[in-house]
Design a protein around this ligand. Structure first.
Ligand SMILES: Nc1ncnc2c1ncn2[C@@H]1O[C@H](COP(=O)(O)OP(=O)(O)O)[C@@H](O)[C@H]1O
Ligand SMILES: [Mg+2]
Length: 146
């Protein structure tokens, strides 16, 4: 199933992300793709808002891995957020414990997931952002049938 949106501002991107987040279930892994500055982290911001995470996301000096504690319907949830831009090999990826985090049953969001196609089968959804003008971005959401 594929959905496509045109976002005209960061606010709109965040709104699409919140709407998308509402459809997720614990254990879902989401691949976030698109070139530098396309809005992957902005999209992630909407997701952390939806899950009531206190910590603010930081970009562009975003670290490789962050854990966010949030809640949904009063129940605690944990989000794992990766940025694989600076990871150069599968060995490096395994060394940060990527596989263990993915298997934890929590939510996982992975920027630059397409750099490691070995993991493609594990994702339940792929969100691709692309420039469509200085303040506009095309957002394509592909979900695996469950
Ligand atoms: N419609 C939009 N959606 C998302 N980001 C936008 C939009 N318009 C402008 N921007 C800007 O584009 C940049 C996106 O940065 P970021 O989310 O860190 O990209 P990425 O994580 O893909 O490298 C931000 O500076 C943001 O303000
Ligand atoms: Mg980013």
């Amino acid at each position: 199933m594929t959905e496509e949106f045109l976002s005209l501002s960061t606010t709109e991107t965040s709104r699409y992300a919140r709407r998308f987040a509402a459809t997720l279930e614990p254990g879902d892994m989401v691949s976030l793709c698109g070139e530098l500055g396309a809005g992957k982290t902005e999209f992630m911001r909407g997701i952390t808002e939806f899950f009531n995470c206190d910590d603010q996301l930081s970009s562009p000096t975003f670290p490789i891995f962050n854990i966010y504690d949030g809640s949904l319907d009063g129940e605690p949830v944990t989000l794992h957020h990766f940025d694989l831009y600076r990871i150069n090999s599968l060995q490096e990826l395994e060394a940060i414990g990527f596989d263990e985090y993915l298997s934890s049953g929590d939510f996982a969001f992975v920027e630059w997931a397409d750099r490691f196609p070995e993991y493609t089968p594990r994702y339940s959804a792929k969100v691709t952002l692309a420039y469509a003008g200085s303040e506009s971005r095309r957002i394509v959401i592909k979900r695996k049938p469950s």
